[in-house]
Structure formats: structure tokens, C-alpha cells
Design a protein around this ligand. Structure first.
Ligand code: 6PG
Length: 478
């Protein structure tokens, strides 16, 4: 075979990824379950580079130079296993299968292990950036063996997005499922970012009394500062858009029920298993599910709350500035939580993930790309074992400078009856981390009372139990 890489699964992501490889000078074998899509790709985009269309699995495998590099771009779950079952028997030792879908990292670990035993490299690869990213340069998060990365890395570097300093947004994240794990947390952070932006919008609408067009303007301004990011940019676009059919703001004609395909939920499920408090991401997932409970919301509509009374023009401007502070502070917290989860996952699975590199490859191409990520990279590059992003001096200073406004925004939200689960959870996390003493002491004492679960003391080593049902004397239990 002559093709340096093959792509099977030519829905929009696979098609655009194949085109990206071809546009960068690689010979690309293309294959799809239904051959019509393969033909259509070559017909429409054949002039962009060198494609080798293959109708059958055998033809596809034969088109690839050895060691074969085969990217599968199909729906995560059973379809991925089916494609692996189809191709693996046709492959030889040293060949590489790359799964570019949004697979669960546990599936990736299982597949990697099975294929490794057959001498085949399996590289679970997070690819972010949607259709546009796949074509013009995504952020790429490959796992799998270091050996497979040696040959894949240079190819990925060519097709990946480039950070403002020119660095390609790809790195070998770590072995087996590390790439898909990091992509999962990327999506969790994506959910949190989107929820925080939605809360800022809601506050500007309900408390400041701004129109969607005015809010679009506000977001545009924010996008020139420290909040500069793809998600803020597209938020301004969406809010400025008018529905053609009704001439109403587009955001007012979209049903207010947010769906999810699962990566945000996985992030929270895994965080619970790892014992990492990702409350901001969890609230974002819950906010989507709450929005979808139509009958519950209908039944609750008449519950009492404060009457709508937007601020006057002068106060509104000041409030908008405070919302920017609250949004920025909450964003620092959700990234703090997300990076904590990556650190914990990396430790639990022994992946050796470098957090600075993760921040670096999220600077361009992916959905959460933002100027902010370069700051995170700097923080981790300066101190590899930074206990938390909040222990970085600059982030600590910024959040400290924002905290007064952050608190005022959340109290205004409560007074006006605007839900801010993301902002509030972020502030609670911040205050809990700051606290000299937490009421966890009381929780632990209760556990000892009803279940003899024991406790440790602040003044002495050891574990203890109080004889609550008896004379309330204390016994040492270790
Ligand atoms: C990306 C995105 C993408 C994800 C969508 C939809 O990085 O390009 O994260 O992978 O599938 O954002 O996610 P939900 O349907 O769960 O909102």
C-alpha cells in the first residue's frame, strides 16, 4: 500500500479529518460502511490531495503502507467495537488503530489491552474542535503506547491546530486511555464553561434588564479581555442572531431544554469514583437535566419568588462589570477542578500526565480554547507539582480581586430569583478551600455517634470513639 494513513467512517468528522490529512500532503486511504460516501468524498474533494478510495475492508487495509495507521471515526460504543472486530483480523503486528471518537476511557483501556495482546497498537485519541476543527486543525489528545506516538506524532503535528506561539496542539498525553480521559475532562470543562456563560447571560437579562443584542455587545467586549475564548465569541454570535421566521431574538425561540451526549456526565461519574470535587461540572450537568424535566418545571411554575425588577441603567452597567468578575472567578474554579481530576486520574492509572502540556494543547483548536489556557500552561510549567491552580500566585490574586463582586452577584441572583448553580458552587468551593475549620468535624462526630465510625483529634495522634450510648467517655480504637 501507499497510503500513510487511512480513515474509516466518513461522516462529517471523519471526512473532514481525512481531508485535513490530504491537504497536508499525506496520501489518505478512505473507507466507509456504505461506499457511496467514499465515492462522494473523492468526487467532491479529490482535488485537495491524494485519496485512495477503498470499497471493502480488505481493500482498505491493502491500501495502507506498513506499519498501517488506521483511524476509526465512528460512533462511540458498540459501533467502535464492531469496526475493530472487522479490521483487527486483517492487521499485522506493529499496525496502529487510532480511535478518534468520544470513547469512554475505560472502553479504550479494554480495547488497548486486547489489541496489545495481538501485537496491535491501539491509540484512543481525543479530537476536539467539531467539524471546523477536524478540517482546519483540531486539538488532538492521543493516548496509547509511546512507540506508536513516535510515528503518529509528526503526522498529528501537521494537521493539528497551532497555538498562538506556533506550537501544534497535540502531545502524547499518556498510555492506554489517557487521551480519552483527558478529552472527557475537556468536555466536562466545556459543560462548565457553557453553564457559567449561560448564567452570566441570564443575570444580564433578568437583573441588568439587557436585551439579547445588548448582551451580545457585552460578550463581545469581554472577549477582548481576559475572558477571550471561542465559547464567549460564539455566544455573542448566537445572541446577536435574529430568528428569520418571527423576527425575535433567536435565543427566545429555541426550546429551553439542553441535551447531552454523555461526556460531561462521565466526567462527573468518574470524579465521584476518584473522590474529586468537580462541583462546577456537576452543576452544569444537572442544569442540563433539570432543563429537560418539562412536567416537573410545569408543576413548579406557580411556586413563589421575587417579582422581576431589573436595575436602572446606571446600576446595570456596574452590575455587568461585576458579572464579568464573577464569571472569571468561577471559570478559574472550574478549571481548577478539572485539572484536579486530570491529576487524580493520572495518578490513579499511573499515566504520568503533564498538566502544563494538557493546558498547552487546549490553547487552540478545541471548543474550550481560550487565552486563559496559556496562563494555566505557564502556571504548571513554572511548578509541575502545583497542588492546585488556586495555589498559583497570579490566579490567587485575580480571584481574590474578584471575590467581592462575585459575592455581590450571587446575592443579587438570590434576591432576584435567578438560579446560578455554577457561580454558587464555584464560590462555595473557593470558600470551603479557604476555611480554617470546616463543619466536616461535626459530620465526622455524627458518624461516630450513630455508627461508631471513629474520628481523629486535632490535638493527638490516633483514632477515637466516644461511648455515646454509655458514659460518653472516649476510647482509643487503633
Ligand atoms: C469537541 C466537543 C464534542 C462534543 C460536543 C457535544 O470537543 O469538539 O466536545 O466532542 O461531542 O460538544 O457534546 P454534548 O452533546 O454532550 O453537549
Amino acid at each position: 500500500g501507499t497510503a500513510q494513513i487511512g480513515v474509516t467512517g466518513l461522516a462529517v468528522m471523519g471526512r473532514n479529518l481525512a481531508r485535513n490529512f490530504a491537504r497536508n500532503g499525506f496520501t489518505v486511504a478512505v473507507h466507509n460502511r456504505t461506499a457511496a460516501k467514499t465515492r462522494a468524498l473523492v468526487e467532491e474533494f479529490g482535488s485537495e490531495g491524494t485519496f485512495v478510495p477503498a470499497e471493502s475492508a480488505e481493500e482498505f487495509v491493502a491500501a495502507l503502507e506498513r506499519p498501517r495507521r488506521l483511524v476509526i471515526m465512528v460512533k462511540a460504543g458498540d459501533p467502535t467495537d464492531a469496526v475493530i472486530q472487522e479490521f483487527a483480523p486483517l492487521l499485522e503486528e506493529g499496525d496502529v488503530i487510532i480511535d478518534g471518537g468520544n470513547a469512554h476511557f475505560a472502553d479504550t483501556r479494554r480495547r488497548e489491552k486486547e489489541l496489545r495482546e495481538r501485537g496491535i497498537h491501539f491509540v484512543g485519541t481525543g479530537i476536539s474542535g467539531g467539524e471546523e476543527g477536524a478540517l482546519h486543525g483540531p486539538s488532538i489528545m492521543p493516548g496509547g503506547s509511546a512507540e506508536s506516538y513516535a510515528s503518529l506524532g509528526p503526522m498529528f503535528e501537521k494537521i493539528a491546530a497551532k497555538a498562538p506561539d506556533g506550537t501544534p496542539c497535540v502531545t502524547h498525553v499518556g498510555p492506554d486511555g489517557a487521551g480519552h480521559f483527558v478529552k472527557m475532562v475537556h468536555n466536562g470543562i466545556e459543560y462548565a464553561d457553557m453553564q457559567l456563560i449561560a448564567e452570566a447571560y441570564h443575570l444580564l437579562r433578568a437583573v441588568a434588564g439587557y436585551s439579547p443584542a445588548q448582551i451580545a455587545e457585552t460578550f463581545r467586549t469581554w472577549n477582548t479581555g481576559r475572558l477571550d475564548s471561542y465559547l464567549i465569541e460564539i455566544t455573542a454570535e448566537v445572541l446577536a442572531h435574529t430568528d428569520a421566521a418571527t423576527a425575535k431574538p433567536f435565543v427566545d425561540v429555541v426550546a429551553d431544554q439542553a441535551e447531552q451526549k454523555g461526556t460531561g456526565r462521565w466526567t462527573v461519574q468518574i470524579a465521584l469514583d476518584l473522590g474529586v470535587p468537580v462541583s462546577g461540572i456537576a452543576e452544569a450537568v444537572f442544569a442540563r437535566s433539570l432543563s429537560g424535566h418539562a412536567p416537573l418545571r410545569e408543576a413548579s411554575r406557580s411556586l413563589p419568588g421575587p417579582a422581576a425588577r431589573p436595575l436602572g441603567e446606571d446600576d446595570a452597567g456596574r452590575f455587568a462589570d461585576q458579572v464579568e468578575q464573577a464569571l472569571y472567578a468561577s471559570k478559574i474554579v472550574s478549571y481548577t477542578q478539572g485539572f484536579h481530576q486530570i491529576q487524580a486520574g493520572g495518578d490513579a492509572y499511573d499515566w504520568g500526565i503533564d498538566l502544563g502540556s494538557v493546558a498547552a494543547i487546549w490553547r487552540a483548536g478545541c471548543i474550550i480554547r481560550a487565552a486563559f489556557l496559556d496562563r494555566i500552561r505557564e502556571a504548571y510549567d513554572a511548578q509541575h507539582d502545583l497542588p492546585s491552580l488556586l495555589s498559583d500566585k497570579q490566579f490567587a490574586e485575580e480571584i481574590g480581586a474578584a471575590q467581592d463582586d462575585w459575592r455581590e452577584v450571587i446575592s443579587a441572583a438570590a434576591r432576584h430569583g435567578v438560579p446560578t448553580p455554577g457561580f454558587s458552587a464555584a464560590l462555595a468551593y473557593y470558600d470551603a478551600l479557604r476555611a480554617e475549620r470546616l463543619p466536616a468535624a461535626l459530620t465526622q462526630a455524627q458518624r461516630d455517634f450513630f455508627g461508631a465510625h471513629t474520628y481523629r483529634r486535632t490535638d493527638r495522634e490516633g483514632s477515637f470513639h466516644t461511648l455515646w450510648g454509655g458514659d460518653r467517655s472516649e476510647v482509643r480504637t487503633d
